[in-house]
Each structure stands twice: as C-alpha cells, then as structure tokens.
Design a protein around this ligand. Structure first.
Ligand SMILES: Cc1ncc(COP(=O)(O)O)c(C=O)c1O
Length: 417
C-alpha cells in the first residue's frame, strides 16, 4: 500500500487519515473498500456527510442524468433549474409540512461558512457584538466559528485572539446550575461584565463535544430566553440535522423554531459540498452580495440535495433511523456496557457515544478506535480528551451490517480492556 505521497507531500495538518492508514478506492452504502480489496464497515459516515449512504443509487442516477445532459455546473448564485427545484422541494416537502417559513441563504459550501453567515447576520440585525455559545460546542474552524468552538486544540491554530463570545457552561457540566438563569443573570446584572449578546448558538446534541444530548425542556427554555431578551437563537444542525437525531431537524422534538438554522454535511445528499442558513424572514436584512462566495451555487449539489430529500421521504429515513437507533442502544446496553461498569452510553437517533473517561486512561478510546480499524470498522472519537467513541453509521445501513459493525466494536473493546 503506497502512502508515501501523502506522508511526504501532504501537509502535517491531515488528521483522519492518521487513524485510518489505508488507501480507499470505493464506497457503497455503509462499506468502504481499500486498495487491497479489504472491506470496512463505516460507522463514521463522512463525519455526517453521507447519511443516505455512499453512492446511493437513486441520487447517483440523478447526478449522471444531469451530467450527461450538460447541465450547468457552476453558476454562482444565478437562477438555475436545479436551484429552483431544490428550493421548491425543500419548501414544499420539508418546511411547509412542519409549519416553518424560513428563507434559504446559500452559503459557501462548508458548515463553518453557514455559521459565519449566521454570526454576521445576528450581529447586523441586533447591532450587538457579543455572542453566547456553549462550552463543549463545535461550530467550525474559520475565525468567527472558531471563536464559538471550545476545544483548545482547534482554538490553538487561530493565531489571533478569538473574541466577542461568552461561553456558557453546558447544562451537563454542572447539573445543579440552571444555565438559563445563569445567562439571564449575566445580561441583567449590571456588574456581570458581560455584554448582552446578539445571538445564542446551540447544538441540540453536541456531537464533537462527546454526544451530549440537550433536554427538550432546556431547548424550550433557550427559545423563551431568546424571545424575552430579543436575542437571535441559532441552531447549528450541521451534524445532527438531516434525520441523524431521528427527525429531519434535530430541534423538532422540542417543538421550537430557532431564528436561524445552519445546515451542511448531509444536506448535500451524496457527500456533495453544500451549506445553507435558514433565516426567519424578518431577520433577512442582508444587502445583495453582503455574504458572498464563488462556490455557493454548486449545481450538482442542488441536484443531489433534492434527490437526497426525495430518497429520504420515500424510504422513511426518519422512522428507520429511530428503529436502528434502538438496535444500537439495545446491543450496547446488553453486550458492551456489561463489560465494565465504567462505560457510559449517550445518544439519540443514530448518533451514539461510548464514553471511556471514567477509566482515567487518556489513550484508551484511541486504542479502541485503532483496534476497530484493524478489525475493519471505521469509527472516530469525540469529546473531552477524545474519550468518546462515536457511532455514526449512514442512516441507510442494512441491519446485518449494523450488527456486524457492533460486533467488531465489542470485539475491539474487549481486546483493549
Ligand atoms: C456541529 C458542527 N458545526 C459546524 C461544523 C463545521 O462544518 P465544516 O467542517 O463543513 O466547516 C461541524 C463539522 O464537524 C459540526 O459538526
């Protein structure tokens, strides 16, 4: 296996490949194949970008048809058929049935760019600079989003001060602390030293933060808090949106409507680059071109995104995600948690984390991830000290393959314990 070109010429910044030291050639559904013809079960899912599976046949056929017909590929934000069809599908099949009336902003095609857009817009609308974000948050790696992001290794790369953000303890950090009352005190106490924020950024499940699931009550109280003080509520649904948590939008379970929702990863349907910000129409005060970008209009992404939504609806992906989530939970509770009482399980839908923190061995979860790879399962870590092994298979994974992956995981954990 020739990995020399990567090691010799690719920047040291490369990361995932260090855990998965092989050269991949193919992927289908929830399986990868490497250059040696070895197959790997995928519990990583492109960090959430291929919820509908690698090379999904339905989406692929739409892409091939579009390419074969010489459909326009690059069009910035000009009017095109694929964009119109995506907007109509998203509006009629996703937003309207849920009673949402967002406007759609197409951002540069990365999650962080959608968060940058949300940051700018919230500041522009309120005229305020400060923003509240939760400790444990991950919102991206460009400077605005990075100021919201809390893990020190990501922040270390900034090279400049990351400011204008107040980090609030996440509710699980101090169970006795009412974090909503805390935020309220910060902005009403004239001796708190904290400026009233333009926005409150939340994730309903902190994925990179270690699969920390926020309660429905807490989410509703965030909404009430923002309403009471005229603060823009931004929900980052980049990783746990697109059905990952069991519903298309992860905040649906709380019955709330954020003012801005950011989406990327699986919104592109096929692993295609795409990012959007859904904006409450009354906040849409952008001037033309005020948040711009050359690659906002990738037409193949629109084609794949529309086909992805059609596939998702046709195949009941929301219900299937919940059903498969129960399989994962049941298996781990019965077969893995019983291995050692220090193991902890958290999750929802088809995103689950097994936390090894209580072992007090900072390398243990990494060893499990490496053992999984040797046993032909691609899986990643998350959370404080990367102590959580994160299970995130494509939502369309077959039951048999899901069980195979779970068995490999158990075997690998047994080897490492
Ligand atoms: C919740 C969340 N927000 C934002 C991002 C950033 O997305 P991107 O890597 O596409 O910039 C990520 C990426 O993992 C994420 O999980």
């Amino acid at each position: 296996m020739n990995t020399k070109p990567f090691e010799q010429y690719e920047s040291e910044v490369r990361s995932y490949c260090r855990h998965f030291p092989t050269v991949f050639v193919k992927a289908k559904g929830a399986e990868f194949t490497d250059e040696n013809g070895e197959k790997y079960v995928d519990f990583f899912c492109g960090a959430g970008a291929v919820n509908y599976g690698h090379n999904n046949d339905y989406i692929k056929s739409k892409l091939i048809d579009y390419l074969s017909a010489d459909g326009i590929l690059h069009a910035l934000d000009m009017y095109t058929v694929p964009k119109r069809e995506f907007i109509e599908t998203f509006e009629n099949k996703i937003l309207k049935p849920r009673g949402y009336d967002y406007k759609i902003q197409f951002c540069g095609p990365t999650g962080t760019n959608a968060n940058e857009a949300a940051l700018k817009l919230a500041r522009k609308v309120t005229g305020r600079q400060n923003v509240f974000a939760m400790m444990g948050a991950f919102h991206g790696m460009t400077l605005g989003s990075l100021a919201l992001t809390t893990d020190m290794s990501s922040r270390a790369g900034a090279g400049v001060p990351l400011h204008d953000v107040t980090h609030i303890p996440a509710p699980y950090m101090f169970p006795e602390l009412d974090t909503i009352a805390y935020m309220e005190r910060l902005i009403t106490d004239d001796h708190s030293g904290i400026e009233k924020p333009a926005a409150l950024f939340i994730e309903t499940i902190q994925a990179e933060g270690g699969i920390m699931v926020m309660s429905e009550d807490w989410l509703r109280r965030c909404r009430e808090f923002c309403d009471k003080y005229g603060i823009v509520l931004v929900c980052d649904d980049i990783q746990v949106g697109c059905c990952r948590s069991g519903e298309f939008f992860s905040f649906e379970r709380a019955g709330i409507k954020p003012d801005i929702v950011t989406m990327s990863k699986s919104i592109g349907g096929y692993g295609m680059p795409m990012a959007i910000a859904l904006i409450d129409p009354k906040l849409d005060i952008w001037k033309p071109g005020e948040h711009n970008g050359t690659f906002r209009g990738n037409q193949l992404s629109f084609v794949a995104a529309k086909a992805g939504l059609e596939y998702m609806l046709e195949h009941n992906v929301e219900a299937e995600t919940k059903r498969k989530g129960e399989i994962v939970k049941g298996y781990i509770e019965k077969e893995i948690l019983t291995l050692d009482s220090r193991l902890e399980l958290r999750g929802r839908g088809l995103i689950w984390g097994i936390d090894f923190e209580a072992f007090g061995d900072d390398e243990l979860s990494e060893r499990v991830i490496d053992a999984c790879f040797k046993n032909k399962l691609v899986i990643e870590g998350a959370g404080r000290k990367n102590s959580v092994v994160k299970l995130m298979p494509p939502l369309v994974i077959e039951d048999e393959l899901l069980l195979k992956g779970l068995e490999i995981l158990k075997k690998s954990i047994v080897e490492c314990l």
